[in-house]
Ligand binder design. Structure first.
Ligand SMILES: CC(C)(COP(=O)(O)OP(=O)(O)OC[C@H]1O[C@@H](n2cnc3c(N)ncnc32)[C@H](O)[C@@H]1OP(=O)(O)O)[C@@H](O)C(=O)NCCC(=O)NCCS
Length: 182
């Protein structure tokens, strides 16, 4: 049986609990840690993004209440194929370093990373699928694990890398017949 994840909407009263989460020592891990732990006045943080951009963030907990990681969703307007499109984006997500690659011994589709992303995709579908039929995100070209993960979940790159080396990726949330693709 795959492990169960419990999603809890993130809010200011949970800041103390996320102050010392560890997403890894590289730049992507540190950025994830700063994003979730930053207060409402940090330059770029979950709370700031919730306040200013309409983002919702969830903490994902395991059965013993330990924090696996977090995921987030928010509205955005992207230029896709030369037209403006309302979409849902994943502003940020992360899995604590001790759980990355886990749980041990399960096939890829049962890994924590897949469970977390599948939950975010399901929530994105519930957002307003008629108006926002795509889920988008930015991933840095050198963040190979994240990029692999997104590709394996069906996201496809769109456009060129931006000046900072970030690639936009997009997942279509419904097919033309209206059925789910993932
Ligand atoms: C990105 C993140 C959520 C991925 O979760 P994870 O549990 O580490 O990833 P997974 O073990 O599921 O690996 C996903 C894929 O990356 C690749 N991969 C895994 N370990 C790898 C490694 N050491 N080197 C290169 N590629 C690797 C594999 O293709 C793997 O797919 P598989 O499970 O089918 O083999 C996690 O690493 C994380 O939180 N990183 C820090 C924050 C971050 O980068 N957030 C994303 C910002 S866009």
């Amino acid at each position: 049986m795959p492990p169960l994840l419990f999603a809890q909407t993130f809010a200011e009263h949970l800041l103390a609990e996320v102050a010392h989460l560890d997403f890894g020592d590289d730049v992507f891990g540190r950025t994830a840690g700063n994003w979730i732990a930053g207060g409402p006045h940090a330059m770029e943080s979950a709370l700031q993004s919730m306040r200013d951009k309409g983002t919702t963030t969830w903490l994902y907990r395991l059965g013993d209440a330990s924090i696996l990681g977090f995921g987030s969703l928010g509205p955005a307007n992207w230029r896709i194929d030369n037209r403006r499109q309302e979409i849902v984006i994943i502003p940020h997500l992360g899995i604590q370093v001790q759980f990355q690659g886990g749980p041990a011994g399960v096939p890829s589709h049962g890994k924590y990373s897949r469970l977390l992303l599948r939950d975010l995709i399901a929530r994105a579908r519930a957002f307003d699928i008629e108006k926002r039929p795509f889920l988008g995100l930015y991933v840095h070209e050198s963040n190979h694990k994240a990029r692999d993960l997104y590709e394996k979940m069906g996201f496809v790159p769109i456009g060129q890398l931006n000046d900072e080396g970030y690639q936009r990726m997009l997942l279509k949330l419904v097919n033309p017949g209206g059925a789910s693709l993932v």
